[in-house]
Write a protein that binds this ligand. Sequence first.
Ligand code: CP3
Length: 384
Amino acid sequence: TPDAPTATAPLPPPHAPLLLRALRGEQSLPRPPVWLMRQAGRYMSIFRDFSDKYTFRERSENAGIACELSLQPLRAFGVDAVILFSDILTPLPALGFAFDIQRGRGPVIAEPVRCAADVDTRLRRLESSAQAAFALPFVGEALRELQATLADAPDRPALLGFIGAPFTLAAYLVEGESGKSGGQRLKRMIYSVEGQRLFHRLLSSITESLAEYAVYQIDSGADAVQLFDSWAHHLPPAHYPQLSLQYSMRLATAVHERRPDVPLILYANGSCGKMRCVREALRAAGAVRPQPLACLGLDWKTNMSAARRLLGRDMALQGNLDPMLLEVGERAHLKWELEQCVRSAAGGAHIVNLGHGVTQSTPESMVAALCEYVQELEYAEWYR
Ligand code: CP3
């Protein structure tokens, strides 16, 4: 049974961005906010003008270009959140690991973690948010510029910062790239006694660095921060609490203690088997209100109404339309899917999103249609 509402955090004023109001658990919004994971991407023709000319790192590490790319989906679709154009791997060079993103291949870490010394001596740590600012100046520049631009926008959208969850980033550091070995290197590490100990040292260190990085993003203007645990579905349920959630919670708690007004979203891939763990972890975090995690992002395989039942009305839920609905679905069918999704999230705050990133072959017109449908939605009695 859902918990009774107990939130005592002050509600933001009515002119605050819709997304922030939803994240604070406000129940009487005119409609749910909408944004899409990976909303800035090659599916947009205006984006390709830049991706044909500049490499990913040039685009994401030049504050001017990053701002422009972050704003494209806002201008095109009127989404309720602008997410910084960057990548979960962006902080890795500051931790001692260079990376590149190659077309058709995805992210590649040239010299990934291959031995204990890579964790115990080569891996660097960001000791403070000032150190994060020094190592990654373009992130703060872009966020400050975006915050200044958005301040003047009508129906001001929220500005989202983001980081990789410690587990997902550690998995990339060990694998070196996505997909190639199907997670074999990662599994070899966690299914051995010494390897698992090393993996925990890696996780502890990057958790601390990522907390500093998140605080830096907040102090540069991010209204909320999303943790992407995109690799969490690679973990069997028995290992998820210790190898992933524990560190995401440690990170969320550390950031929340220092910047309590900034809501945090955890996107957990494979969320369907993880909701109970999240609920238990939040219970264990105690009676702190607002809780360190304001919102759980669900993947598209997860049953939204089951999530609502399990997590109660205090937690905002984000998601979880199938990205393929936008890629290959019929426009006339989209509205029905959206309404089903919104209905099944009833009883608490909901942020409309996909259950994973927008795919590269998604027609822009489908993203436009989705955003229009959400903007036309009016929460009627039956939604609540
Ligand atoms: O959401 C947004 O619009 C903001 C930008 C954003 C990017 N990556 C830009 C990007 C965000 C939030 C991310 C997060 C990210 N990066 C995740 C978590 C989300 C998820 O998909 O699970 C992950 C796992 C990564 C790692 C990564 N970076 C992958 C798997 C890829 C794909 C490679 C490919 O060929 O598509 C990237 C590259 C990347 N990051 C692109 C973009 C727009 C595409 C390549 C390009 O633009 O050159």
